[in-house]
Design a protein around this ligand. Structure first.
Ligand code: NAP
Length: 456
């Protein structure tokens, strides 16, 4: 610290706690939540810390070992300043322009909502002090995360700026603090970084909406066909079936459709490429967005398939099922008549369960291989083999499982209550189409390969 700034500075801690002269000095403007947490980590990482505050003599608590000064004095003590002040208060920085000229300014600010201001906060700061080199960084970390140190979800410091030395200086500090640095380019990327903390599970939004929409549709569809129909037409109250039977129809139906929706965009993309005659053209935005949320669609599909398995496994312990079983046994005893073993039925149910179990096993494999720790250990070829080849096989098994469930029921008029097809038929439409289209694409690629081979 230079001699002339000494009278304005206040060290809140004994000299013994102060830093040794060779330590690098870093300055933070603002002694609020983020300023304090960041300061604490900087001190722990061996930096000497100087705060610039409006009230150097009466500011809130600061980490032991730090010094507090006026903004002017603090700015002169270092070449790098973290501006931990809300954007609304940036105007005071304009008066500090002479002291901040040539310095590296780190803008950590965020906004309460997107597009609050015409320009990004960091660009605004650069405009206020054109002589400084502004770097946008640390805004994606919370004060809490900074205080607790890097953890899995908070390991990255995204930064951007126009001056390479300024970015390098911030990158070195970030690394020393234990973070990994992601350089997002020039300061024009600042708005994108400022929007990061405002996003709430962005890639889950579309899959969640689809799941809620499909679940609601199947629930009300099946409720009408199964429960309301029985009440209106036969005067029977079977509303208790909502809890188990209905749920166990809704979950697999939605799961199968979601699984097929993971593969439908790939098929559509294939047809796009065929139609355009090239694979070097961009896909429409909606298809891009759809492709990007396939993992989430698949994970929700897996969760619903797991529920289906669980619900199926507990069927035998249901009161209703035990009651019906006992009733049928008693009536056989009463009538002294044993029902004969139906081999076709045995084949049908065993195949249905077996194919379902195989499908679910592959479903689990797909889910496990999408975990970052597993997928990172796979080569791209291995990953795409599992996700694509085994993925289609999973879709095939699950679709076939549903066809086996239906068996010959589609032939019976009684199945079409109020002229509506059973739920399982509806959920077969998309997966069947996806499988047929995939087969067509595969056949086309195969023919083309053969033709090229013949020409060679
Ligand atoms: P805060 O707790 O409200 O502190 C802001 C500090 O700014 C105050 O302590 C004050 O320090 C200074 N200040 C207030 N009014 C001022 C004015 N009119 N002129 C000059 N300085 C003024 O806010 P914070 O949570 O630390 O956030 C600071 C910045 O970090 C914001 O831009 C925020 O978006 C960003 N951020 C915060 C977090 C977080 O988890 N809190 C995470 C990421 C980014 P003095 O009294 O010492 O002057």
């Amino acid at each position: 610290m230079s001699e002339e700034v000494k009278p304005e500075s206040v060290s809140l801690y004994p000299a013994s706690a102060a830093a040794t002269p060779e330590q690098e000095v870093v300055c933070i403007f603002g002694t609020g939540d983020l300023g304090r947490s960041l300061g604490q980590r900087l001190l722990q990482s061996g930096y000497r810390l100087v705060y610039g505050s409006r009230k150097p003599h009466s500011c809130g608590p600061i980490p032991p070992g730090a010094q507090v000064m006026s903004h002017e004095a603090a700015a002169q003590s270092t070449s790098l300043v973290f501006v931990c002040v809300h954007r609304e208060h940036y105007d005071f920085l304009e008066t500090l322009a002479p002291q901040l000229n040539g310095k590296f300014l780190v803008d950590v600010s965020n906004n309460l909502e997107k597009n609050m201001y015409p320009e990004a906060n960091a660009e605004y700061l650069q405009r206020l002090i054109p002589g400084a080199h502004v770097v946008k960084a640390f805004n994606t970390l919370s004060a809490w995360a900074l205080q607790n140190g890097p953890s899995d979800a908070n390991r990255q410091v995204y930064l951007c700026g126009n001056n390479p030395e300024a970015k390098q200086a911030v990158a070195v500090i970030s690394t020393k603090l234990g973070f990994t640095v992601q350089d997002r380019g020039s300061l024009s990327a600042a708005r994108e970084l400022e929007d990061f903390p405002l996003q709430l599970f962005p890639e889950w939004r579309l899959p969640m909406r689809l799941t809620v929409g499909l679940t609601a549709f199947f629930f009300f569809y099946l409720l009408t066909r199964d429960v309301i129909y029985a009440y209106v037409n036969e005067g029977r109250d079977i509303s208790f079936r909502i809890m188990m039977s209905l749920a166990n129809k809704v979950f697999p139906s939605v799961s199968l459709i979601l699984l097929s929706l993971c593969y439908l965009p790939g098929v559509i993309a294939g047809f796009f490429q065929l139609y355009r005659g090239t694979k070097y053209k961009r896909f429409p935005d909606w298809l891009d967005r759809w492709m990007l949320c396939r993992k989430q669609l698949g994970l929700i599909a897996l969760a619903l398939a797991s529920l289906h398995v669980l619900y199926t496994l507990i069927i035998p312990i249901r009161y209703y099922v035990r009651f019906r079983l006992a009733g049928s046994t008693i009536s056989q005893i009463k009538n002294n008549k044993t029902s004969s073993f139906d081999t076709t039925m045995a084949w049908r149910t065993d195949s249905y369960y077996s194919i379902g179990a195989l499908g679910f096993g592959l479903y689990l494999l797909l889910g496990i291989s999408s975990l970052p720790s597993v997928s990172n250990a796979l080569s791209w070829r291995e990953f795409s083999f599992i996700q694509s080849k085994l993925g289609y096989l999973t879709l095939f098994f699950c679709t076939f499982h549903t066809y086996l469930y239906g068996w010959d029921r589609f032939l019976y008029v009684s199945q079409y209550k109020w002229y509506s097809p059973p739920g399982y038929m509806l959920c077969l439409v998309v997966p069947s189409l996806v499988l047929v289209f995939k087969l067509l694409l595969h056949a086309h690629t195969h023919t083309q390969k053969n033709n090229t081979f013949k020409l060679m």
